[in-house]
Design a protein around this ligand. Structure first.
Ligand code: B12
Length: 325
């Protein structure tokens, strides 16, 4: 069996998708990155497009995808509850993906060098996934795979082993055609034919720090962390798992009462934990406003004199918004 075949057998056993490609530069990505500001990424365009600057001896890239296509049942217990994106429910994907890639390395290429990344590495994860034939960019910007759709996280490994020997990827066909459901469904019109304007994306607004504008609080709707709308409406994600989890629709009163220790115990090992307690509480306050339930006034009022500017500002928004309705 070739290394490529071993990798596919590993993927099947681990319930992930996998592919491989060469480590040559992502020349075609340069112009796109130079013209855009990308939040949360501090690598230069050179580092983002040239794998050999990170690992000079790299011969190939192995890329894996971990599905998070689960729809969580709403909890209808009369409590005020917000929403957390499906991908941020349960164990943080950064932990799972790194463990899987580390296992792949140990089982398949124990004597080779490898560098493992997901989300925070130098390259564009989506460009890597496309090169490794995991899928193709859809109109919502996400990489869509023909078997599991677009709700999957991406991780990759640069290695001096050649996973492409004896294998040639077949070109991926367009997955969207005339469909523009995601573009139409985006609550804040952030999508424009394959590009996502991050300043309008609800996912970004829930992650950026500080006091937000009225329009930003309002755009959040019921989202406390992340947003799944452009994925949920995508026909390629129509087959999903069903789940039940308190994390997916947190009780806002409980969330607002959490101490730092309770927050870390609850969210510390999820993908929503990295932004910290204050940002999540700020979002929960904005969601209270957007829900328009009179009970939200008392809850939000507790934060009108908070020493944190972002909590005060979100509390003011919530009280104002509920009073407006
Ligand atoms: C910054 C970031 C964000 C920002 C900005 C998103 C954006 N506009 O790119 C915000 C916070 C908004 C965000 C949101 C989300 N993100 Co994000 N994000 C990233 C991050 C860290 C960097 C992305 C980046 O460099 N963007 C800049 C653009 C220019 O580059 P790119 O998308 O990487 O590359 C594509 C484009 O350049 C495009 N392109 C190239 N040339 C041209 C030319 C034209 C004409 C066009 C139209 C496009 C185009 O092709 C490239 C490959 O597809 C990556 C992880 C990483 N390190 O790569 C995760 C990542 C892209 N995010 C991911 C996810 C899951 C999400 C959310 C779904 C999370 C959520 N549920 O809330 C949303 C989806 C929003 C959306 N519709 O895109 C996944 C995507 C997985 C997938 N299957 O595609 C990644 C890869 C993380 C991971 N490791 O799994 N994210």
């Amino acid at each position: 069996m070739s290394l490529y075949e071993d990798m596919q057998a590993f993927a099947k056993k681990e319930n992930i998708i996998a592919g491989a490609g060469g480590a040559e530069s992502f020349t075609e990505l340069k112009a796109e990155l130079e013209g855009r500001s990308v939040p949360f990424v501090s690598f230069s365009v050179e580092r983002r497009t040239e794998p050999l600057l990170t690992m000079p001896e790299a011969k190939s890239i192995v890329c894996i995808g971990l599905s998070y296509n689960t729809v969580y049942k709403p909890i209808n217990d009369g409590r005020l509850r917000g929403k957390i994106s499906s991908g941020a429910v349960g164990t943080d994907y950064h932990i799972i993906i790194k463990e899987k890639l580390e296992r792949l390395r140990a089982e398949l290429i124990p004597s080779h060098n490898a560098m493992i990344f997901t989300d925070t590495g130098p390259l564009s994860d989506r460009a890597v996934a496309e090169r490794c034939a995991l899928g193709i960019r859809g109109r919502n910007g996400s990489i869509i795979n023909k078997d599991i759709g677009g709700m999957f996280f991406i991780g990759y490994m640069l290695t001096d082993a050649d996973f492409t020997a004896g294998h040639k990827n077949t070109a991926y066909a367009d997955m969207c055609g005339e469909c523009d459901k995601c573009v139409k469904a985006c609550p804040n019109s952030a999508l424009d034919d394959g590009r996502c304007e991050h300043t309008k994306c609800i996912s970004y607004i829930t992650q950026k720090k500080g006091a937000l504008t009225y329009d930003e609080y309002s755009a959040m709707g019921c989202s406390i962390y992340g947003c799944d709308v452009c994925q949920r409406v995508c026909p390629h994600n129509a087959v999903y798992k069903e789940g039940e989890s308190e994390y997916a629709c947190p009780d806002i009163e409980k969330l607002l009462d959490m101490t730092e220790k309770e927050f870390m115990n609850t969210y510390g090992r999820t993908a929503a934990g990295w932004r910290g307690r204050s940002v999540i509480k700020r979002n929960a306050l904005a969601v209270l406003g957007n829900m328009g339930d009179e009970r939200g006034v008392e809850l939000a009022s507790r934060f009108l004199t908070s020493p944190s500017e972002q909590l005060r500002s979100a509390a003011e928004y919530a009280v104002l918004k509920i009073r407006e309705q």
